[in-house]
Design a protein around this ligand. Structure first.
Ligand code: KG4
Ligand code: ZN
Length: 341
């Protein structure tokens, strides 16, 4: 438990570095890239350039905050994929150079794995951690999956989105309403003042535990287009109710399949992970379902739910214990194949 891990996350638009002792997070520094805001989405080329500018100061800050010297680090863990290739290259190249210079091993981490393993991150408080097997609804800007987690690195995907991710559904509907990127937290906030039962949009009928969110986005777009014909201020006049209603549709859809998966598998330890797990309505729905179906519910702390290097460090440390080290000639991958999980 006394090994120090430096962890790097650079898969999308946040540059993050963390220092951990075992699974205890000593620092977790995140530089959010503001440059994308004006475009309403992440511009890959700008993201990789911003990572290049941020990576050294962010690592420096993480070491300083943890009060750890570079030479005390036992291994460096980094996100190999999935994500934007140009962004991943920055973290991967930095990690290779650091490993070479300090003569320490490097550890590759799958980003989605990292989101799930964030449930095991400790800080000054001890955390309640799930025991295996547990179900995890992993919901982010790029993923929507129900996983049966048999062990730290044995995650079976039993359901997934066939098109958009839940985070994308938040971001795209927010964009249609003219709200800033990323839309998820903005909708979450505005929805608190709104009536979630005011508007209804078409629900997808997808078999099994799979999801689909692209129809919801289209139905929302047509609904607004029709209503804007009669009232040009329809969005502004109904913003809170629109946010609350669209959020309810997304969360209901997510929860219906998760409840079904828990019933069918008989697993009662149920967790959420990924950026959308920060959503207050999803968290409430999880706690309600927990009370109703006698689940043990696990929700990562906010700072470990959206993209962060601490989660990569937890996964890295667990791989360190298994002696799973990466070689200097590896390259990042944009998409995950089951082999890489
Ligand atoms: O995990 P994450 O930081 O990055 C990816 O791996 O994609 O997730 C980002 C996603 C975005 O779509 C963002 O809108 C969403 O998480 N998100 C939220 C909330 N906070 C972040 N969605 C709904 N409610 C929130 N409070
Ligand atoms: Zn993520």
């Amino acid at each position: 438990m006394n090994e120090y891990i430096l962890a790097i996350e650079s898969s999308c638009d946040d540059t993050s570095a963390a220092v951990l002792r075992g699974t205890t997070v000593l620092s977790n520094v995140i530089a959010n890239q503001e440059v994308h805001r004006q475009y309403g989405g992440v511009i890959p080329e700008l993201a990789s350039r911003a990572h290049q500018q941020n990576i050294i100061p962010v690592v420096d800050a993480a070491l300083k905050q943890a009060n750890i010297q570079k030479k005390q680090i036992n291994a460096i863990a980094f996100t190999r994929g999935p994500g934007l290739l140009g962004s991943l290259l920055v973290g991967t190249s930095f990690s290779k150079a650091f490993a070479l210079a300090m003569n320490i091993p490097m550890i590759e981490v799958n980003h989605t794995n990292g989101h799930v393993l964030a449930l095991f991150a400790k800080d000054e408080e001890t955390v309640r951690t799930p025991s295996f097997p547990f179900l995890c609804l992993t919901v982010s800007g790029g993923h929507t999956q129900i996983m049966k987690v048999n062990d730290y690195f044995d995650m079976e995907i039993i359901g997934k989105t066939i098109d958009d991710a839940a985070g994308e559904a938040f971001d795209k509907t927010a964009k249609i309403m003219g709200l800033p990127y990323p839309g998820g937290p903005v909708i979450d906030k505005l929805a608190k003042e709104g009536n979630a039962d005011r508007f209804h949009f078409s629900k997808p009928h997808i078999p099994g535990y799979d999801y689909s969110f692209s129809g919801l986005k289209t139905s929302f777009l047509y609904f607004l287009r029709d209503n804007l014909k009669n009232d040009v201020n329809f969005i502004d006049n109904n913003k809170a109710d629109l946010c609350a209603s669209i959020q309810k549709e997304i969360i209901d859809t997510l929860m219906n399949k998760l409840v079904k998966a828990a019933k069918d598998t008989g697993i009662r330890q149920v967790a959420i992970a990924g950026g959308v797990s920060a959503n207050s309505s999803l968290q409430k729905a999880m706690l309600d379902a927990g009370a109703r179906y006698h689940w043990d519910v696990f929700i990562p702390k906010f700072k470990f739910s959206t993209d962060n290097a601490a989660m990569i460090g937890v996964a890295g440390y667990l791989k360190y214990l298994r002696g799973e080290f990466a070689s200097q000639d590896l390259t990042p991958y944009a998409r995950t194949s089951s082999k890489e999980l």
